[in-house]
Ligand binder design. Structure first.
Ligand code: DGL
Length: 253
């Protein structure tokens, strides 16, 4: 039986990465696991996140999978290392796209937007240190966007007010790039683009993650018939529920 590729996120954020993978790998069989009962992850402790991710991955590992994509920066920062040590299949994680963003900067800085937890984790500070970019990177939590996205609120006055408040203190003249370091934030790409100067590029890691997945799978067999199984916190759901999200994603990817 052909093996599947599992995608995991705390909720609907990782659909942005799944959508790209389905486009580039149409003959693969996918499983998407949204841990909607437990979103958001970004306000939880490492112990809580680790337990939730382990639970979900124990379930996914029983579904005949050949790779796992943690389409969640927060889960990657906390749990990817332990999962890689435990499971035989490749575990592809996500981290804020600081490196590609730095390539787009000349004299100015990069603003990394992510969840509270991703911003606090040592994984991100190590990445910034490795790139020797401490003086070139600032951080901004946009945690509230996760709940807004989970509630299906996208271009609403509530969202706009939240972003205006979050951006209030930002002097955009200091930045060349803004990193969307949480998969939920991609849903707000068009809105953010309209709220910040055109000189600031918006960078994210969804394409890089799919490329990494393809590199990992190069040696394995291809199936002919693409498919998708959708679960929310271990409950099988209808794929029709995903259509409004995929339609939205098509507008910014
Ligand atoms: N989508 C996730 C990420 O990329 C997690 C957001 C959350 O649950 O707080 O970080």
């Amino acid at each position: 039986m052909p093996k599947k590729i599992a995608f995991f996120d705390s909720g609907i954020g990782g659909l942005t990465v799944l959508h790209q993978a389905m486009k580039q790998m149409p003959s693969e069989q996918f499983i998407y696991f949204a841990d909607s009962d437990n979103a958001p992850y970004g306000t939880k402790t490492s112990t809580e996140i680790t337990a939730l991710v382990e639970d979900a991955v124990t379930f996914l590992a029983q579904q005949n999978i050949k790779a796992l994509v943690l389409a969640c920066n927060t889960a990657t920062a906390v749990a990817a290392k332990a999962l890689r040590a435990r499971y035989p299949f490749p575990v592809i994680g996500m981290e804020p796209a600081v490196k590609p963003a730095l390539k787009q900067t000349s004299t100015k800085k990069v603003l990394v937007c992510a969840t509270e937890k991703t911003l606090k984790e040592t994984k991100l500070s190590h990445l910034i240190q490795q790139l020797n970019a401490e003086s070139k990177v600032d951080k901004l939590s946009l945690q509230q966007l996760v709940l807004l996205a989970e509630k299906g609120l996208f271009e609403t006055p509530e969202v706009r007010i939240y972003l205006e408040t979050a951006f209030k203190e930002i002097n955009w003249q200091e930045y060349d790039a803004l990193v969307l370091g949480c998969t939920h934030f991609l849903y707000y790409k068009n809105l953010i683009k309209r709220m910040i100067p055109a000189t600031v590029s918006i960078v994210d890691g969804h394409q890089g993650t799919v490329q990494q997945l393809q590199r990992c799978l190069i040696q394995t067999e291809q199936t002919n018939q693409g498919s998708l199984d959708f679960y929310t916190s271990q409950k099988r759901e209808s794929n029709q529920l995903l259509e409004p999200f995929f339609n939205r994603i098509r507008s910014f990817i």
